[in-house]
Write a new protein. Structure first.
Length: 122
């Protein structure tokens, strides 16, 4: 946990009018605390992410780039255009723009519980 040691000015007294220590009060360092906690959680989750995330997902996973899938699609498209013969080829583009808008959060929480995550995580 981050240590809260900062001192700041209370709202009722401006910096020029403050004459004693009583006019100063502590300032919360929530941003530092939250960033530290999120870093700790991310490091702990990193050990099990490979079991939770599909190998087909390219974004937001260490050692994978979001561009990987775009490059694969470009190579497939190039191959399809050069392919000759009687058999036809087809490409389908699926729009995933609103995926998270339709997510069932109760289902997600149940999945996390079944994976063994404590209630404090959810």
């Amino acid at each position: 946990m981050a240590v809260r040691v900062a001192i700041g000015i209370r709202e009722r007294v401006s910096a020029r009018k403050a004459k004693s220590v009583d006019h100063y009060g502590p300032i919360s360092l929530c941003n530092n605390s939250y960033s530290l906690i999120s870093k700790i959680l991310a490091n702990r989750l990193r050990t099990i992410l490979s079991k939770l995330i599909s190998p087909l997902q390219a974004a937001f996973v260490p050692n994978r780039l979001i561009n990987d899938n775009s490059i694969i699609v470009q190579e497939l498209w190039h191959t399809m255009r050069k392919k000759q013969g009687k058999g036809g080829l087809m490409a389908i583009k699926i729009d995933m723009e609103k995926t998270y808008d339709k997510m069932e959060w109760n289902f997600l929480l149940t999945v996390l519980e079944n994976l063994g995550f404590d209630d404090r995580w959810t």
